[in-house]
Design a protein. Sequence first.
Length: 344
Amino acid sequence: MRSLPKPDPSRIADLGPGVEPPAVADASEIHRLVVLTRRLDQRIAALARQGRVPGAFYSGMGNEATAVGIAAALERSDVLVPTHRDLGAHLVHGHSPRDILLQYFRRAQSQTRGKDVGLHLGRPGSNIVGMVSHVGHMLPVAVGCAWAEWMKQSGAVVLTTIGDGGTSTGDFHESLNLASVRRLPVIFVIQNNQYAYSTPLSQQYACERLSDRAVGYGIPGEQVDGTDVFAVRDAARRAAARARTEGPTLLECVTMRLRGHSEHDDASYVPRETLEAWQGWDPVERLDAYLRGRGVGAEQIEAVRADVDAEIEREVEYAESRPLSDPEEGGRGAFARWEAGWRP
């Protein structure tokens, strides 16, 4: 595999000259969100392996700093168009663990009324657009949302994500091209997590950085340490400010998917030494170390984990106890006209 610039595990929140490192209160708030993302991800993975939630589960383990950091840079009026490893972005921008778990359990109370599973959820008023499964297909949706916000002169920014493999789709090119020509207020975030399913970077592209592709569209591109939540947030804030006045940015967050493509995949194609090396840049552990270095005790950090775990268990119990949807619900909301018992 070609070597990419990798993060230094001993440094975090090194944001450059003139940018102060986060205060303990700010860092503690972000820390809880990152821990919540990790622990909820692990809990749902366990539920999937137990057969208690149906369908595939796509872990974002290793991507937590990117998911939380990009969403933490947005205003509530901005629009998030996430994809399947963006659990942390959902939690930051307005979805609760209960919302997420009801969706995974496919309960009648879920946002999709049991019709779908996973992170395919977004409700009116949340400024989160529910995703579709096909990789790359949410990029044109984000561009459409950005064009609508531009026409309304709302000042809102739209942020969407794509994996490294998804940058090889036609939707990626068409979306960046149109957004750059129209100077739309949209941020394209590449989660470069080293593998497109089982295909390594060396077999995906020849450029040094995926963010270098931005020059072909006449827009700024930036590569950032995707395991440093503060570096990600800072870069996303700059991109958001630029989007409101100038147009798109292509932001590449370099990280590592620490689990397989989904729970059925053991990631045996990843060299053991590669995985072990990247585990040294675990975004949760790096954030723990940052807090310890600023006087936060180990017992306080563990208390956060205990509190998060207790919250998750309460919501698992609640969501799993809710009723399933009535089968008739399957047609509601799918057609302009629906009557129970209707047959073509």
